[in-house]
Design a protein around this ligand. Structure first.
Ligand SMILES: NC(=O)c1ccc[n+]([C@@H]2O[C@H](COP(=O)([O-])OP(=O)(O)OC[C@H]3O[C@@H](n4cnc5c(N)ncnc54)[C@H](O)[C@@H]3O)[C@@H](O)[C@H]2O)c1
Ligand SMILES: CC(C)(O)[C@@H](O)C(=O)O
Ligand SMILES: [Mg+2]
Ligand SMILES: [Mg+2]
Length: 354
């Protein structure tokens, strides 16, 4: 495992050069990987592994209740050959990839557990079920491997990056090594599902950072800060298009791409000295305003409160209806309806006739 220095701190990283696909295939050649759940991560990881020549099957819930079965069939999984019920997939699998929603992992645990016989591996893409075991009840038997590869991106990107020949950064961890081959299994799966680089972590650090990140800068803070700026501009008489362009469109179409390519200072360096002066000053103000919020958020993650909220909300039978309502509200807000119109004007969307 390569040791790399990040900001003066040594970390363990596994690269494709060190652990090539050929080696992954070798490690997994006698395994049947059963992917449970066909939502966002399930399809991406299952199809990437299938395309990489790994022996993969998919296990999903009742086809009359969940869309997973139909979706999997559409992607070429064959009922009775590579597509099964959860129970059948668990029975056939030697590695069980638990890619049900985190709430469903709790609900289905008593169904899955009896199939976790000696020497099998239970794989997660999140530390959630294991770290918050007091709330989830997910306590695996001692004679199996418990491992994690958590892609640091949406499953949609896991698949898209695989198809365009790039990859996605993933965190990996071994929680329990019963067979002596847990690490090899983890790394082989990490490469097979399409990771570019694999960064070592623990289940606990993964879940704490992941829950903080998605509630914070990646999703929650992002939406909140955009809403605040858009509302401020609108309240001072700016048009919807101007407010949207200045809040979202310029970010996604220009500036964040520069950050992604070469870092924040490079994006700053490619803006006017007027913008640089103001941004260098105001960033401190925004940092000070949000630091206490991030501290509160982290505590809420650490205490298990965020987990309690997720499990309570997502275990309700009608949770999807409520969720769809909230997403619709967001989509139909002034900010995002202005956004849909601005996006439609992009030359590439005009050409498509959107
Ligand atoms: N979504 C992502 O891109 C992403 C990224 C990194 C890690 N993860 C982690 O990967 C895992 C899977 O996440 P996901 O977002 O792909 O899941 P998801 O929310 O898409 O759910 C997966 C599937 O579970 C099925 N399901 C829900 N309840 C069920 C039940 N009671 N019985 C049978 N099936 C049921 C749903 O039909 C759904 O298709 C989670 O641990 C998540 O935290 C997700
Ligand atoms: C894609 C994310 C936000 O990184 C993931 O953590 C998730 O929960 O969907
Ligand atoms: Mg997450
Ligand atoms: Mg994440």
């Amino acid at each position: 495992m390569a040791k790399m220095i990040f900001s003066g701190v040594e970390e363990e990283v596994v690269t494709r050069e060190e652990f090539p696909l050929e080696k992954a295939r070798q490690v997994l050649k006698n395994e049947t990987v059963a992917v449970l759940g066909y939502g966002v991560q399930g399809p991406a990881q299952a199809m990437n592994m299938r395309d990489n020549g790994i022996n993969v099957i998919v296990g999903v819930g009742d086809k009359n209740k969940y869309p997973d079965w139909a979706k999997a069939e559409k992607d070429g999984w064959v009922p009775g050959k590579t597509l099964f019920s959860v129970e059948e997939a668990c029975e056939k699998g030697t590695i069980i990839q638990y890619l049900m929603s985190d709430a469903a992992q709790k609900l289905l645990w008593n169904t899955v557990k009896p199939y976790l016989t000696k020497g099998k591996a239970l794989y997660f893409s999140h530390g959630f079920s294991i770290v918050y075991k007091d709330q989830t009840g997910v306590i695996p038997p001692a004679d199996i491997d418990v491992i994690m590869v958590a892609p640091k991106g949406s499953g949609t990107s896991v698949r898209a990056n695989f198809l365009d020949g790039s990859g996605i950064n993933s965190s990996f961890a071994v929680e329990q090594d019963a067979t002596g081959k847990a690490l090899d299994r983890t790394l082989a799966l990490g490469i097979a599902v399409g990771s570019g680089y694999l960064f070592r972590t623990t289940f606990k650090h993964e879940v704490y950072s992941d829950l903080t990140g998605e509630r914070g800068v990646l999703m929650g803070a992002l939406a909140g800060i955009m809403e605040a700026q858009y509302a401020t501009l609108r309240s001072h008489g700016h048009s919807p298009s101007e407010s949207f362009n200045e809040t979202v469109e310029e970010l996604t179409q220009s500036l964040i791409r520069l950050v992604g390519a070469n870092g924040m200072d490079w994006m700053y360096a490619n803006c006017s000295t007027t913008a640089q002066r103001g941004a260098l000053d105001w960033r401190h103000e925004f940092r000070k305003a949000t630091e206490p919020v991030f501290e509160r958020l982290y505590k809420s993650v650490e205490s298990g409160e965020e987990t309690r909220i997720v499990l309570e909300a997502n275990s309700k039978p009608d949770y999807q209806i409520g969720l769809n309502r909230e997403l619709k509200e967001m989509r139909e807000s002034d900010l995002w309806t202005a956004g849909a119109m601005v996006r439609s004007l992009r030359p590439e969307n005009q050409k498509k006739g959107n």
